[in-house]
Design a protein around this ligand. Structure first.
Ligand SMILES: C[S@@+](CC[C@H](N)C(=O)[O-])C[C@H]1O[C@@H](n2cnc3c(N)ncnc32)[C@H](O)[C@@H]1O
Length: 249
């Protein structure tokens, strides 16, 4: 029997589409705890590839128009977005507190207009309809507690033809998923344990959310089912991340 969203939440189910409320709150608590070592561990975990992936996303985004980053975290992506009318959103106030000066001081030095920061979630975007020319979300989609609702909201705030770009760890199939899990648990986990100096370090949640995360094809289908057009999902070198793209009709 198919469970309703409410029943899933009540039972705290974590799957490829939904994260139960208590798990999501715990995930957010752990994400906040990563702030002091966030970039250091990401660079190590990806053998420095994360910078190249972020550059790829920046190059895909349009040069003009309003662009929203959902789940901006401590500003690791936004700080290097040159020009553009850029907006950042995140549910964790402490992330925004770190991101705001980090991003806007760099922008000021480059002569770019400041980014506007908003507290909120993908599932309930605090913007009017047809407002953005593009949306990007980097290593955050996996953490959305209701991915379909977040995509529905993204469509609502995108102008017709507007683009969505999503990047997150890749899972091509079950075997690739097992390899990814081992990489996160042992490679990232051991380093995080050393850096954080604690056995129960917050990066354990990376493995947890990856385990329930769907495959590249699963989210191509989801984007199409939610109404996006020209949808693609491409695993990028060296097979550790996927970039999904789509357009609002
Ligand atoms: C791993 S960080 C990614 C930060 C940044 N985008 C980057 O490129 O490194 C994930 C971020 O997604 C945010 N997040 C989690 N659930 C979210 C949701 N439902 N809606 C929007 N953002 C969410 C978290 O608060 C966190 O700051």
């Amino acid at each position: 029997m198919e469970l309703t969203k409410y029943e899933k939440e009540a039972r705290c189910i974590v799957d490829a589409e939904v994260i139960g409320e208590s798990d999501w709150v715990e995930l957010q608590r752990n994400l906040e705890a990563t702030i002091p070592v966030y970039d250091k561990i990401n660079n190590f975990a990806t053998f420095g590839q994360v910078k190249r992936w972020r550059k790829k996303v920046r190059n895909i985004l349009p040069r003009e128009g309003k662009i929203l980053e959902i789940g901006c975290g401590p500003g690791s992506f936004a700080e290097d977005v040159v020009g553009r009318d850029f907006f950042c959103l995140d549910p964790i106030p402490q992330m925004l507190k770190i991101a705001k000066p980090r991003v806007n001081e760099k922008r000021q030095k480059r002569g770019d207009l400041p980014v506007s920061f908003y507290e909120g979630t993908a599932e309930n975007l605090p913007f009017k309809d047809n407002y953005f020319d593009a949306i990007c979300t980097l290593f955050s989609f996996r953490d959305w507690y209701d991915k379909r609702k977040g995509l529905e909201e993204s469509l609502r705030v995108l102008k017709s033809g507007g683009m969505i770009v999503i990047i997150d760890p890749a899972k091509i199939n079950k075997v690739h998923g097992v390899l990814g899990r081992l990489w996160m648990k042992y490679w990232v986990g051991t380093y995080a344990r050393l850096i954080c100096k604690q056995k129960n370090h917050p990066w354990k949640w990376l493995t947890k959310t990856y385990m329930s995360f769907g495959t590249t094809n699963k989210y191509i289908r989801m984007l199409e089912e939610e109404g996006f057009q020209n949808v693609s999902g491409k695993v990028i070198f060296p097979g550790m991340a996927t970039i999904w793209k789509g357009n609002a009709p």
